[in-house]
Design a binder for this molecule. Structure first.
Ligand code: DC
Length: 231
């Protein structure tokens, strides 16, 4: 039986970590759509395309092969990202891209190209997709929609830790400010703003371990408690 799970929510709520583990646990394909907007941002920087010139960037994206690959165990579970054959897995997680990706994600033409690619990747398959507009735009008919949240403070603590892992050091206050700013941009932009789908189940991850969050979603899935089914 085919099943699609949409996980949306703000930056740092733990979507990608949870989605990846959930996909492995249930044997589903995992599609990290944020990584695709990050790859588009990396491409714009690389090719000196104005970040607000959505049309040129969309055109450039159409000529590249953007590929997401499930990691080997040894790669620490992170999805690997390639543009043509160039690996950009780490580059897209750094500050340069993180600080600019909201601008790129706000471009209508970029979204059009990437949403199309996301639907194509998921077509006819069982998959978990995470992002901001999966339940509202990309897969409005997803079988289970989750809206994953956490307080801005909790998300800032997690982000500082992640950056440390990448060898980048930033103060908690700066990170918190950036998160609040990014939330604002993502939820007030004109194109596919971050909003909870009417039929999504909200899961607040404050104080929960990753395992607890994964189990909660797996239970919702098993019990057919997707918003679509019981509302
Ligand atoms: O989840 P993330 O931090 O990797 O996402 C990077 C950026 O891309 C973030 O600003 C939100 C945006 N994004 C989006 O607009 N739509 C998606 N489906 C996924 C991410």
């Amino acid at each position: 039986m085919k099943i699609t799970i949409a996980i949306d929510g703000p930056a740092g709520a733990g979507k990608s970590t949870v989605a990846k583990i959930l996909a492995d646990k249930l044997g589903l394909l995992y599609i990290d759509t944020g990584a695709m907007y990050r790859a588009a941002t990396w491409l714009a920087l690389q090719e000196h395309i104005n970040l607000e010139d959505g049309e040129s960037l969309a055109e450039a994206l159409c000529h590249k092969d953007l590929r997401l690959e499930s990691p080997e165990e040894s790669a620490g579970g992170r999805i690997r990202v390639f543009l043509n054959d160039h690996e950009i897995t780490d580059a897209i997680r750094g500050k340069e891209v993180s600080d600019r990706v909201s601008t790129v994600a706000a471009q209508k033409m970029v979204r059009k190209v990437l949403v199309e690619q996301q639907r194509k990747l998921a077509r006819g398959r069982s998959a978990v997709l995470d992002g901001r507009d999966i339940g509202t735009v990309v897969l409005p008919d997803a079988d289970l929609k989750i809206f994953l949240t956490a307080s801005a403070e909790e998300r800032a603590r997690r982000r500082v830790k992640d950056l440390e892992g990448l060898g980048e050091k930033e103060s908690y206050d700066d990170v918190l400010r950036a998160i609040i700013e990014r939330d604002k941009q993502d939820s007030t932009r004109q194109e596919a703003p971050l909003v909870k789908a009417a039929d999504a189940v909200e899961v607040d991850t404050d104080g929960l371990t990753i395992e607890e969050v994964v189990n909660k979603i797996a239970d919702l899935c098993k019990n057919g408690k997707g918003g679509r089914k019981d509302q």
